[in-house]
Structure formats: C-alpha cells, structure tokens
Design a protein around this ligand. Structure first.
Ligand code: AMP
Ligand code: MG
Length: 405
C-alpha cells in the first residue's frame, strides 16, 4: 500500500489497472451513454443518389442564367419516388426536398424564387450549377469508418448507427457500481428528524447521479451506521454483486471511521490511502480480483470532486472508452488566487464563462468541503498544482469541466 501519494501517482495507480468489462449487443434506444466496442462502418453512400435540398424546380443552368425566365413544367418527382423525369432546354421538373434529382437537371431553384404560371413556371433568380443539390456521399461514403471503437455514444452517433442500418450495437456491459454511505448522523430525504444533530444524506444521491453520468449502473446499499460489523456486512454484500464499490465517509482517522479498518478483512488489496489533494485527502483505492474499491471522504464537495478525479476514469477505463478523463481546457484567471499552504494539488471550485474564445475563470468565494450548495449551476475545477502558492489575474490555468458546459 502506498501512503499519501501525489495526485498524479493516484491517477496512475487507478488508470494502470488492467480490466475490461465484457461487451453486449444493445438495441439503439438503449445505446446513448454507452461505450462502443466495435467500429461502425457505412454500408453505402449517403445520400446514395443526388437529392434535392429544397422544394422547387429542377432546371438546366443556361435557362436561368438570365432571369426572369419562363420554363415549361415537364413533370413532378415527389420524395421517395424513383421516377426519372428528364428535361430538355426550356423545361423544368417540379421537385421536393429529398427527391431524386434527374440526371439532366443542373440545379434546383427554390420554390420561393419561382411563380407558377399556366403550364409553366417563371424563375426569378439565377443560381450556380449544382445549387441546392446534395451530391451522393455528402454525409458519408460506403466503407468509411464513421464511429470508432471506444467512443461514448451520444445522440448523433446513435442517429448515424440507425442510418447505416444498425439496429443493435456492441457496447460495454454497464459497470455495476455499489454505493455504500456511512454515518450514524444520516437520514434519508423522506425521513423525519428525531434530533437536531441529524443531517440529510446528500452523498448517496450525488453518487447515484455521478455513476449514471459515467455510464454505470448504480446499486444503492443504503445508509450504514458507524459500526464495524455493519460496515463489514454492507461492504461484503456490495462486493458480491458489484464491479466497483464506492463508499462515502468513515475513511478518516476518527474513532468511528470503520471503512479503512474493514477493507483488510474483506481481502481488498489497498493500492493507496490518502492523496495530496484538496479537497478529499483521505481517499482509499483498492482491488480484489476484478472488483475495485473507492473509499471516499464524507464531505459532500469532496465526494463530488474525488468521484470526478478518481472514480470516473476507472469507470471509463473498464468500459474501454478512448477518453477516460473529464475534459480539461485552458482558461484565464480573472482575479488573483492565493493560499497559505502549497503542499497539495488543489481543485478550486470555480464558475466560468466563455468569451472571445477564452474560458474566463472565477474561483468561488465559498470553498468549504461541506458547501455543496456552491456547486449548483455551471461549475468547474481549477487546478492549482502542488508547490504553487499564488496565481495572478490573467494567468493561464487548467480547468476541468466536471459539469459539462
Ligand atoms: P466523515 O468523513 O464520515 O467524517 O464525514 C465528514 C463530514 O461529511 C461530516 O460532517 C458528515 O456529517 C458529512 N457527511 C458524511 N456523509 C454524508 C452524506 N452521506 N451526506 C451529507 N453529508 C455527509
Ligand atoms: Mg462519518
């Protein structure tokens, strides 16, 4: 076991774990948020033939070089109808968005630049050759690899899979993530207080949401009182059915902190305990066979940051995602930031805006580990490296986008 490791070492110990979850076929409706385990290849050109991008009239270019111009309407090609209506000089064909463009047509004049006259049409504006015609393969070409293995599937990827005729995709099985929350002071949101020292359990719900965001299947084991036996029982139950177990609280050095004590009894190989980070110093990471254990601190902000920094990359890695970290960008600090001690890497909670191609970063005034309310809304983590005591307004900083954009 390594004790009080640097942030970088902790991440290295986590991301060097070799284990990949099995894959499964899922129907497209279930595919969003999952990690793809195959390449998705185009089965044909899209569009397969030239199609009209507008409702209007297919015409020959020389006929609309000077306008207004009157043309005879030769016929109609509705979308989805394979009816080649070929035209000669002086003729037009009525056409719709998605209709096949006949070979003899040079361009499509949008309907708003035309006026129907008995038996004919008047074109009021010229367009270049090819205007409003989508060429074959505009979207993709047959044989092209469209989505690579390891991609986290989002809305466009699922749409593309459908368009290449895939109704099932091979994805990683969701990691089952057990959530065990410790603390005799905790009440569930629906329970009523019997004493003013009780507090509501926020962490279970934060963790549940974070697991879902990382493509996992959360399994909630409830609140466990601060007792050695109860902690041991809850954790061994979780180990029976989960790939990854995450606990909150009970991992510090207090008399009632039993998580650290019982991991040994469970046969977990502890890889590190305590990390040189702020917030969330007392994080524990271990492994037993192909099951992983994270003991996170109890403070709600620490739970959020340490999940994003440590648990998230492991969940992405075992799902075989290409990108396993939360996105990181460079930002510009809009005010000075200083701290008394610089012995840990600090993840300063910030608000940010994006303006003139730059992320402008403002550290929040309320940085307490218990102040979860400061994380409501658009928030990110500014990285203050170990050894750095102060940063100046205008300095360039790393910003971890833990809450999307
Ligand atoms: P611990 O790490 O167990 O000493 O907890 C640290 C602090 O976080 C204490 O103030 C706890 O009351 C608080 N805390 C622990 N677990 C939770 C939870 N599930 N929800 C909200 N606050 C918690
Ligand atoms: Mg506790």
């Amino acid at each position: 076991m390594e004790f009080y490791v640097t942030f970088e070492r902790a991440v290295e110990l986590i991301t060097s774990q070799e284990f990949t979850l099995p894959s499964q076929q899922v129907p497209l409706f279930e595919a969003a948020g999952r990690v793809l385990r195959e390449d998705v290849v185009a089965d044909r050109d899209d569009p397969p033939v030239p199609v009209s991008a507008m409702d209007g009239y297919g015409v020959k270019f020389p006929d609309v070089e000077t306008v207004p111009s009157r043309l005879k309407v030769k016929g109609v090609v509705p979308a989805g109808v394979d009816r080649p209506v070929e035209i000669e000089r002086g003729e037009a064909v009525k056409i719709f968005t998605g209709s096949v463009v006949p070979e003899s047509v040079d361009l499509v004049v949008p309907v708003e630049w035309t006026e129907e006259r008995e038996g004919g049409v008047e074109v009021k504006k010229s367009f270049p050759k090819g205007a409003n015609v989508r060429p074959p393969g505009e979207n993709y070409r047959k044989g092209q690899v469209l989505i690579r293995e390891g991609t986290v599937l989002g809305a466009p990827e699922v749409g593309i899979a459908a368009s290449v005729g895939r109704s099932f995709l091979k994805v990683s099985v969701k990691p089952r993530v057990g959530i065990v929350v410790t603390g005799s002071e905790l009440l569930e949101p629906w329970e009523s207080f019997s004493s003013p020292v009780q507090i509501r359990n926020a962490n279970a719900y934060t963790l549940y949401s974070l697991v879902r965001e990382a493509g996992g299947e959360p399994v909630y084991f409830g609140v466990v009182e601060d007792s050695r036996e109860k902690t041991l029982n809850a954790l061994s139950e979780a180990f029976d059915v989960c790939d990854v177990i995450v606990t909150s609280g009970g991992v510090s050095a207090g008399d009632y902190d039993f998580v650290k004590e019982v991991v040994g009894e469970l046969g977990i190989d502890v890889l590190f305990y305590k990390v040189q980070v702020k917030p969330g110093k007392p994080v524990l990471f271990g492994r037993k066979g192909n099951r992983f254990f994270f003991g996170l601190p109890g403070f709600p902000v620490s739970v959020f940051t340490s999940f994003n920094l440590f648990v998230y990359p492991l969940l992405m890695k075992i799902q075989k995602a290409k990108e396993i970290f939360k996105p990181k960008v460079r930002g510009v600090l809009v005010e000075d930031y200083s701290r008394k001690k610089a012995e840990r890497t600090e993840f300063v909670r910030c608000s940010f805006t994006f303006s003139k191609n730059r992320f402008l970063v403002s550290p929040l005034k309320r940085q307490g580990s218990g102040v979860l309310s400061a994380l409501i809304g658009r928030r990110a983590l500014m990285v203050v490296p170990k050894g750095v005591k102060s940063l100046r307004k205008g300095d360039s900083v790393d910003l971890i986008l833990v809450k999307g954009l």
